[in-house]
Ligand binder design. Structure first.
Ligand code: AMP
Ligand code: ZN
Length: 666
């Protein structure tokens, strides 16, 4: 049979499924089926390198490394937008346009202003040719390899597209994806990203496109550029772009006059927080393309469009003091303690100050009146100082030089934003934080022991590291605050039970910097024992799939430390799993990565717990109830009718335990 037609059919099919999923938000096959087809295509392409196509959906996983981004001239300049902050500004803008165009009726398109990084993408013969950042408007950076990994960006168009054109849009990071990325960073003790916009624009300039592919970026398109495009209005352009396969937000609205523009603005000023991504305003554009041409451009921006910026919810209040928090990894975070004030429906008492640079840049001083704003971040931030209200005797803030908890001199590594307390083994919040991490559900999952009790145990001198937990005696615990015979029993039992926790989770529990759940799994699978990891060399570690130099270095440092080695020896003596148990039926892999399963009913080959463990061992997640986020329901006997109905309603595939076994062994 002919291979090429088969390859092409698979490519078309996968492109269509990407479109259904990422543009229409309406998948028609399961992720599993998608992955199976993608794998089939990958295999065929590997066997037939002669049919390589840089625009194949297999290329979306990334892998191309861009050492330096080539500078490219924009064929059509990328202008900025004039900003307006009031309805009067908009009426003035209308008047100016009317003066040039004469007294003709004008129609407007209102769009949301998406807050991300602008991008210009060129297509030729229906194929993505090049993607370039805005840069200075005249020339930008060629980031094609990275843009191709964003699944909402079509690599092959459909319908009656023009032979050659550019399309402009915004690369954004929706809130949900941003929070997930930050959660993962926090888990491995790294500093979370400040906001979605900077993270989105930073992503475009990553050298490794495989890294970009992992980020949940999206691309929203808002304008077509080219010669002789088959459109007479902007609105038509949006509709056409949508037909060719682009993601064009449906909120865009045709307004017959300024009053309708104001209605749109008023509506979205209230409802913008309901959008899954950040919007900072509305862009108003004159609909008719001929009128646009007649109006032309100023030195910086089109005369036919204007941005209306929403007022960020902002208040001013007094900065009473700055406190410095010490995290589990020793990172110092300055926090502003404010005179309590009402902002966007909540009382704000604290705001994030990020780091020393931020304080210095804004010259924030205690006693200052500061402006506080709630943006894309969860914690409000200080955006400026009201210098007119600065007390006469105020002094510049001196950033602390020593740890507020253990008085050790702080360090700041070249190129890092944060200061660190290097007293890893003696600094109380670091010690407590490490033990708290050790007992969490994803780590040793110790029942009967919570974060506050860990602090209590530490403060009473009963534990100074996680190995000490295994030596705790009931008699030592009972006298503690809020402890009784029963709770002490439970704690001891919970600690003893954690000896069954498998090696990969123990490895994660150790809290080695940069070793999160996924990395721990990789290392455990590759080395199979703590001793093997401890004696691995740097080069050896780097050779493990997905382990970079930073992680490898951190692993080496951890095991170089005498105290850590002693703790590990003790854990061994207590019977903690420090070796992987070879088991025949539950393979460990990440074939289920990114998939959420709900387990329902009774099974023959697994207990429910084993089934859940098998899901997690293979990189999947176990959800507690069926929702749109569920990928599969594994159903045994006696699955509840309500669950069945819900799964059918949401079109979630229901699989048997045998299907499941085939999935992890396939
Ligand atoms: P500014 O950066 O403030 O000059 O605003 C101009 C930028 O707004 C453009 O470069 C686009 O990246 C961005 N933008 C976001 N949404 C839209 C939209 N709907 N129409 C035009 N530009 C937009
Ligand atoms: Zn300290």
């Amino acid at each position: 049979m002919d291979v090429l037609p088969k390859i092409q059919a698979l490519r078309d099919e996968l492109n269509q499924h990407n479109y259904n999923y990422y543009v229409l938000d309406n998948p028609t096959i399961s992720d599993y089926e998608f992955d199976t087809k993608l794998k089939e295509l990958q295999d065929l392409e590997a066997k037939h390198p002669e049919f390589f196509d840089e625009n194949s959906p297999t290329q979306r996983v990334g892998g191309a490394i861009t050492k330096t981004f080539e500078t490219v001239q924009h064929e059509y300049r990328m202008y900025s937008l004039d900003n307006s902050y009031s309805k009067e500004d908009l009426l003035d803008w209308e008047k100016r346009a009317q003066k040039i165009l004469g007294d003709v009726p004008l129609e407007y398109i209102c769009e949301l202003k998406y807050d991300g990084a602008s991008i210009s993408i060129s297509y030729e013969n229906g194929k993505l040719k090049r993607a370039v950042t805005r840069g200075d408007g005249f020339q930008g950076d060629d980031v094609t390899n990275n843009i191709k990994t964003i699944k909402a960006v079509p690599i092959k168009l459909k319908g009656d597209f023009p032979q050659k054109f550019d399309i402009r849009g915004e690369i954004i990071l929706p809130f949900a994806g941003f929070e997930k990325m930050n959660q993962e960073l926090i888990e491995i003790g790294e500093t979370p990203y400040a906001n979605p916009r900077n993270t989105a624009s930073g992503s475009l300039k990553l050298q490794d496109s495989a890294e970009v592919a992992k980020r949940p970026l999206d691309c929203l398109l808002y304008s077509l550029i080219g010669n002789n495009l088959p459109i007479t209005t902007h609105f038509e352009g949006l509709e056409k772009a949508r037909q060719w396969g682009f993601k064009v937000p449906t909120q865009s609205h045709l307004a017959k006059n300024m009053n309708e523009v104001f209605d749109f603005i008023n509506y979205w000023d209230k409802h913008r927080h309901e959008m899954p991504y950040e919007t900072d305003g509305v862009v108003v554009k004159i609909n008719n393309i001929h009128q646009q041409d007649e109006l032309g451009y100023t030195a910086k921006s089109p005369r036919w469009a204007i941005a209306y910026k929403f007022k960020a919810e902002q208040v001013s209040t007094k900065l009473n003091s700055i406190s410095y928090q010490v995290g589990r990894t020793g990172a110092i975070t300055p926090v502003a303690n404010l005179e309590p004030v009402q902002l966007a429906g909540t009382v704000v008492k604290r705001a994030s100050l990020h780091n020393a640079d931020q304080i210095e840049k804004l010259d924030i001083r205690i006693g200052d009146t500061v402006f506080v704003e709630k943006g894309g971040e969860i914690i409000p931030k200080i955006i400026d100082v009201d210098l007119t209200k600065r007390p006469a005797n105020s002094e510049p803030t001196k950033y602390i030089t020593h740890c507020p908890e253990c008085q050790t001199e702080l360090e700041r590594k070249e190129g890092e934003a944060n200061h660190y307390c290097p007293n890893f083994y003696g600094c109380p919040p670091q010690i407590i934080g490490r033990i708290q991490h050790f007992i969490t559900r994803k780590a040793m999952d110790i029942e009967g022991l919570g974060g506050e009790t860990v602090a209590l145990l530490f403060n009473n001198g009963l534990v100074t590291n996680y190995a000490d937990l295994y030596e705790l005696k009931k008699e030592q615990i009972i006298p503690l605050e809020r402890m009784a015979e029963k709770s002490a029993d439970n704690m001891i039992k919970g600690i003893a039970k954690s000896k069954e926790i498998p090696f990969e989770r123990v490895l994660y529990a150790l809290g080695i910097r940069y070793v999160g759940e996924t990395v721990a799994k990789k290392l455990a699978k590759h080395y199979k024992s703590i001793d093997a990891i401890a004696s691995a060399s740097l080069t050896d570690l780097i050779l493990v799939d997905e382990i970079g130099e930073k992680i490898a270095q951190s692993v080496i440092e951890f095991f170089d430390n005498q105290e850590n080695r002693l703790i590990i020896e003790r854990l061994k003596q207590y019977g903690i799993q420090l070796e992987a148990i070879a088991s025949a039926d539950t393979t460990v892999s990440d074939v289920l990565s990114g998939k959420t399963f709900v387990v329902s009913g009774v099974f023959e080959k697994f207990s429910r717990d084993d089934l859940k463990k098998a899901i997690e061992d293979n990189g999947g997640k176990v959800g507690s109830s069926i929702s749109a986020k569920t990928h599969f329901v594994v159903a045994g006997d006696n699955m509840g009718p309500a669950k069945l109905e819900k799964a059918n309603q949401l079109n979630i595939p229901i699989i048997t335990e045998d299907d499941f076994i085939a999935m992890i062994h396939g």
